[in-house]
Ligand binder design. Structure first.
Ligand SMILES: [Zn+2]
Ligand SMILES: [Zn+2]
Length: 227
């Protein structure tokens, strides 16, 4: 009788039917004891998705009022600390990789000239070489005027070549200084632009990602002090 009744209930009714208690597995212990990390990074790069367990203010209150509360806090906090430590470990690994990347880009002496540019350069060099050969044979043949005319052409091409090389160097210089200005936030692992405008630095510090990881790190160090 009881079972058949339960089977006829809709999902919605079943929820109300079955009394959920704060110590049920499907209730979020993180949320009740402190904060749930799933709530911290919504819509950021570190979004953890929705928490699979129930967050409910009433359950949290009944946990706080429960005579078993004090016995459960250390257990719940230990679980939360473990979860937080995994988050931070993953993040620190990411930060380390990011820092290695930054360091590598810093020491890379000169990124290669673009394929297009080097193609143009080698065509120019080939032209100059051929002209010089012609100048030489003209000179040997005693055709001084013609040799001089060709020589002026060579000089023009040489100037063009210098300009092209300079442009390539300037472009490289630009990307290098841009890379050098990058830094990594030690708290949340975000890439920052050193010398960035104050308001952008501010929006990073007040952003979910930075505050979230700040909370996670603070909780870990607080937890470590208590054990
Ligand atoms: Zn949760
Ligand atoms: Zn940060």
């Amino acid at each position: 009788m009881f079972c058949s009744l339960a089977r006829n209930l809709t999902e919605e009714e079943k929820k109300g039917y079955k009394e959920v208690c704060w110590d049920d597995k499907e209730v979020c212990a993180f949320y009740m004891v402190r904060f749930c990390p799933h709530d911290l990074f919504v819509n950021t790069k570190s979004d953890l998705g929705a928490c699979p367990r129930i967050h409910d203010l009433k359950l949290k209150e009944s946990f706080e009022k429960s005579p078993r509360h004090d016995n459960y806090v250390p257990k719940f906090e230990a679980e939360l600390a473990q979860f937080c430590e995994k988050l931070v470990m993953d993040l620190d690994r990411k930060v380390r990789r990011g820092r290695e990347r930054l360091a590598q880009e810093d020491i890379t002496p000169t990124p290669p000239v673009s394929a297009e540019k080097s193609e143009q350069l080698s065509i120019l060099e080939e032209k100059i070489k051929k002209l010089l050969e012609q100048v030489e044979s003209l000179g040997e043949a005693g055709k001084v005027d013609e040799a001089e005319a060709l020589m002026r052409k060579v000089e023009m091409l040489n100037a063009e070549k210098t300009l092209m090389t300079q442009q390539a160097t300037n472009e490289r210089g630009l990307t290098l200084t841009q890379e050098k200005k990058m830094a990594l936030c030690e708290i949340c692992g975000s890439f920052l632009v050193a010398n960035d405008a104050a308001e952008r630095t501010q929006s990073h510090i007040t952003g979910k990602q930075h505050i979230g990881y700040g909370m996670v790190r603070d909780f870990i160090s607080e937890f470590k002090e208590t054990i």
